[in-house]
Design a protein around this ligand. Structure first.
Ligand SMILES: *Cc1c(COP(=O)(O)O)cnc(C)c1O
Length: 494
């Protein structure tokens, strides 16, 4: 049996034995990170990880303590120099945010408090409530809506779709689950993010229950095709329940005709969900308010704060117009989670009643501190600046005969390729050439756009949610793409 008396004579803790040493290394870390962020533009946007470095990350489990300084030095030599690059001014891959120095410090404070924001009477619960209120105000979403912070838009989207599914099926689905041959059908454009399909698969709709609605030449959902599909499905005895509209598609930044979708949903009595992972926040920009106004009519909206609000990972938000539907989809009250009238176990309605997670970190603090640091108007200006930069890049490309704009630019995403005039290259050769250009841009640490495929064309894709990018960075992207393209072409012809 465990000899508890002996153990208790030698009690230990994970707190430092030497607080002065911990304090000193903490100060050092802050200084180092501030230097790092301040000088980030001088570094390559990305660099390959040497094999020797990778080996240092394949070590056996440490069983004994190592000195703090050794650990920190190992971080500085083996981890910090090989980042993804998304804090760099020339990073425009996928849709990835940059973060900010003050929000980094907020993360440290949140980690220090180590609040578990699930239940109880404590400040973090109210900070999150405050941030959710601010999120509604940012989008002019109704005050009475409910909301939750989540790790990302994938989680925010699935949370909304669970509510949509349950609101349609009533309480049965919580008790009985969905029948294997569910007849529920969800509609979203062919350009919709893969997380919607995955969500549909996970919540029992199945990928067969997801209708991919055609898009027009601007990559926006074709509303006629949507209504045709709904009519056909109803005639076939299926149960349409939800339409997902995109406020900014991941490939090209297209904004679906949200007002028209809202009308269809109203007529057909369907749940209107908006995936506004990044684009929803363009609603802060005066020129985009009309096009995004219908977000206010949506039954639910999912959007990231780690994309176009520039927050450090992870944080996203889901808002649900009907708070009762939201709560009905998730609320449970086990005996160990009773809410009390007073004391620590009192407090707001537990967040666990509004989503899948119970233990949750203090994601709200960085948002709360950052919105105060800059004010919403500054964020609106930066989003507007990112869009202007995308138009500027598109303009440079249009005036450059060796480059081709492959999709219309409507928001912050530019899809283009190197396509030399007067030289006959097959579609495959063009695709290969552009893929090679992209890999060289990365390997040489010049810039980091990503890629996608549009109508079988491999394109270089620049998605801008970067508050550090400057006009000159886009000029460099054009120049580097050209030089690499021409060099590769010469090599090929030699
Ligand atoms: C990024 C993105 C998602 C997924 O968001 P995560 O935060 O990565 O989970 C969903 N939809 C769109 C349109 C996106 O751009």
């Amino acid at each position: 049996m465990l000899n508890f008396k002996q153990i208790l004579e030698n009690e230990e803790t994970l707190d430092p034995q030497n607080w002065a040493e911990m304090r000193q290394i903490g100060h050092q870390m802050i200084d180092d990170m501030m230097d790092y962020l301040q000088n980030i533009a001088q570094k390559p946007v990305w660099q390959p990880i040497p094999n020797a470095v990778k080996q240092t990350l394949k070590q056996p489990l440490p069983q004994q303590a190592e000195p703090l300084n050794d650990i920190y030095n190992s971080f500085k030599t083996n981890i910090l120099p090989y980042p993804k690059g998304n804090i760099h001014p020339r990073f425009w891959s996928w849709v990835q945010g940059t973060g900010t120095p003050f929000a980094m410090l907020a993360e440290m404070l949140a980690a220090g408090m180590n609040s578990n924001v699930a239940i109880g009477e404590h400040s973090a619960m109210y900070v999150e409530q405050q941030v959710i209120e601010w999120c509604k105000q940012l989008l002019h979403y109704p005050n009475s809506a409910s909301g939750l912070l989540l790790s990302g838009a994938s989680m925010a989207n699935i949370t909304a779709l669970i509510v949509a599914r349950n609101a349609h099926e009533g309480t049965n689905v919580r008790k009985e689950g969905l029948p294997i041959a569910s007849k529920m059908v969800l509609y979203a454009s062919a350009e919709t993010h893969s997380c919607i399909q995955r969500a549909a698969e996970v919540i029992g709709i199945g990928s067969n229950g997801v209708r991919k609605v055609n898009v027009d030449e601007q990559y926006k959902l074709d509303i006629t095709h949507l209504t045709q599909l709904i009519t056909a499905d109803k005639a076939a005895g299926l149960t349409p329940f939800c339409v997902v509209g995109n406020a900014g598609t991941v490939n090209t930044g297209a904004i679906d005709p949200l007002t028209d979708i809202a009308k269809v949903c109203k007529t057909e009595n369907l749940w209107f969900h908006v995936d506004g992972a990044f684009g929803a926040l363009a609603k802060l920009v005066p020129e985009y308010q009309a096009e995004l106004q219908a977000i206010e009519q949506a039954d639910s909206i999912a959007f990231d704060l780690h994309k176009w609000l520039y927050m450090p990972y992870e944080v996203a938000c889901v808002l649900i117009k009907n708070a009762q539907h939201h709560r009905n989809a998730f609320a449970l009250q086990p005996s160990y989670l009773l809410s009390h009238e007073r004391g620590l176990a009192a407090g707001p309605d537990p967040f666990g009643n509004y989503g899948m997670e119970l233990s949750r970190g203090f994601k709200a603090l960085k948002v709360w501190m950052s919105l105060k640091e800059h004010g919403s108007e500054k964020f609106a200006r930066l989003i507007r600046q990112n869009i202007a930069q995308a138009f500027y890049l598109a303009d440079l490309i249009t005036h450059q005969p060796y480059l081709e704009l492959v999709a219309p630019v409507t928001l912050n995403i530019v899809c283009f390729r190197f396509n030399p005039p007067n030289i006959q290259l097959s579609p495959d050769e063009l695709n290969e050439l552009n893929k090679e250009i992209l890999m060289c841009l990365h390997e040489q640490g010049l810039s980091a756009p990503s890629s996608t495929i549009l109508n079988n064309k491999y394109v270089i894709r620049m998605a801008n949610v970067n508050h550090r990018s400057r006009k000159s960075d886009f000029e460099a992207l054009v120049q580097d793409t050209l030089s690499l393209g021409l060099a590769l072409l010469n090599k090929k012809q030699a």
